[in-house]
Design a protein around this ligand. Structure first.
Ligand code: NZQ
Ligand code: ZN
Length: 386
């Protein structure tokens, strides 16, 4: 096992009816900005629960953070924070709203001129404006981590940011919110969280047995509940397992003491930036070709994953590893998620070259757990996913 430090300060408030506890988590003298997305919370009862819980607090609302939170929109919210002297932000939504709020938390304390520099220059945030979240869509794990991904349509960019100052103070996880999520978004959540485990698990063996088994149990739970939540999102037991698995997949616990990859996410983010494809679907496009291209580096863990997750018992390490890649792709297909770029856009032929150039411009010489995925490798991987 590699050396590590671990600290996660986010308080999780989990279960039915827990949104009412918001009033205990935010002080009455705080000036709150409640941030949400395109209005799903007004149809499914979440808005009513939040406003009821905060009826004696001072709340200003900011509506309209879009999926893949957009920089321009967030700058409008930043104006409100400054004008109204907001000192607490409450995100009510999925990963996009929460990530948008993390950006606001960082930007409100940022002393530079152009907040985009936080993303472009990878400036870490050590102290942000305090915020909490009410999660409405299990997927990203953003409710219990300190990362955020922001898009800028003007330049077709999607960049990541983070820092120890960007953990939510608390997150309310009520599995009942899942009943209103469209099936397509539930499938996205299942694939995104599964991918988060793969990024931290499918590297090379370092005898981190406990982390491996926690990772495997998150994947097994996701696979087990997937058909249940897809069929009936109001199945509370399945929804609870789904929600907690998504949080556990990316709250830092799996990454400690072992190597981490994340190159699939880096390539996939470019596909969303270029074509607006849903985050989870871009991961399903890149994962199989990334695993195949990096086969020699990953085959031991791929074989272990094949044995323990997909019950592949026959064959050599290489054979098991190959079958594991196929099983992963089949799993994405079983959720009605396509795994080829050409199935999402006709305009794909120059994609690999564009991504290679972007990585070169950013000086991203070596991605992945061994830092050996060059811009040329990224080009090949993206090409293999056409
Ligand atoms: O905007 P509203 O009206 O709320 O509708 C949303 C949105 O259209 C809807 N929705 C959310 N909860 C719902 C609901 N509809 C009905 N009932 C509910 N209970 O779902 C749509 C998608 O929401 P979004 O927040 O965009 O989805 P998700 O949670 O998948 O977030 C995706 C974003 O997170 C980033 C992605 O790149 C992407 O920008 N990620 C963030 C990470 C992090 N911070 O750790 C890690 C991830 O790898 C990922 O990159
Ligand atoms: Zn993701």
């Amino acid at each position: 096992m590699l050396n590590f430090e671990f600290q996660n300060p986010t308080k999780i408030i989990f279960g039915k009816g827990q949104i009412s506890k918001l009033s205990d988590e935010i002080r009455k003298d705080q000036n709150i900005l409640m941030v949400y997305g395109g209005g799903s919370i007004k149809k499914n009862g979440v808005y009513d629960q939040v406003t009821k819980a905060l009826k004696d607090h001072q709340v200003t609302e900011f509506e309209g953070v879009p999926a893949n939170p957009e920089y321009e929109t967030l700058l409008e919210a930043l104006e409100v924070i400054r004008e109204k002297e907001i000192d607490f932000i409450l995100a009510v939504g999925g990963g996009s709203v929460i990530d948008g709020v993390k950006f606001l938390s960082a930007a409100a304390k940022f002393e530079g001129k152009e907040p985009w520099d936080i993303l472009a220059n990878s400036i870490r945030t050590y102290k942000g404006l305090p915020f909490g979240t009410v999660l409405t869509l299990p997927a990203t794990g953003s409710e219990m981590n300190s990362g955020s991904v922001i898009s800028r349509r003007e330049t077709q960019e999607k960049r990541a940011m983070g820092g120890p100052g960007l953990f939510p103070q608390f997150s309310v996880l009520d599995p009942e919110v899942i009943h209103s999520i469209p099936q397509r978004q539930i499938a996205n959540g299942l694939v995104d969280s599964f991918s988060h485990v793969l990024e931290q698990y499918l590297t090379y063996p370092v005898a981190a047995r406990l982390q491996d088994r926690i990772a495997e149990s998150v994947m097994q739970t996701l696979i087990e509940v997937a058909p249940k939540v897809m069929e009936d999102p109001s199945d509370y037991d399945a929804a609870s397992d789904f929600m907690w698995s998504c949080t556990m997949a990316l709250n830092g616990l799996l990454r400690v003491g072992s190597p981490n990859d994340w190159s699939t996410h880096m390539m996939a983010h470019e596909l969303t930036a270029l074509y607006g494809i849903d985050h989870a679907r871009t991961l399903a496009i890149i994962h199989p070709s990334q695993m195949s291209h990096m086969f020699d580096d990953k085959k031991e863990k791929l074989a272990q994953y094949g044995e323990r997750i997909w019950n592949i018992t026959e064959g050599s390490v290489e054979e098991k590893a190959k079958q594991a890649i196929q099983k992963t792709e089949n799993y994405f297909h079983s959720l009605d998620i396509k795994t080829k770029l050409s199935e999402y856009t006709e305009d794909y032929e120059k994609t690999a070259e564009i991504i290679k150039k972007r990585f070169e411009e950013r000086n991203w010489k070596g991605l992945g757990e061994r830092k050996n995925i060059s811009p040329e490798d990224a080009e090949k991987i993206v090409e293999m996913s056409y």
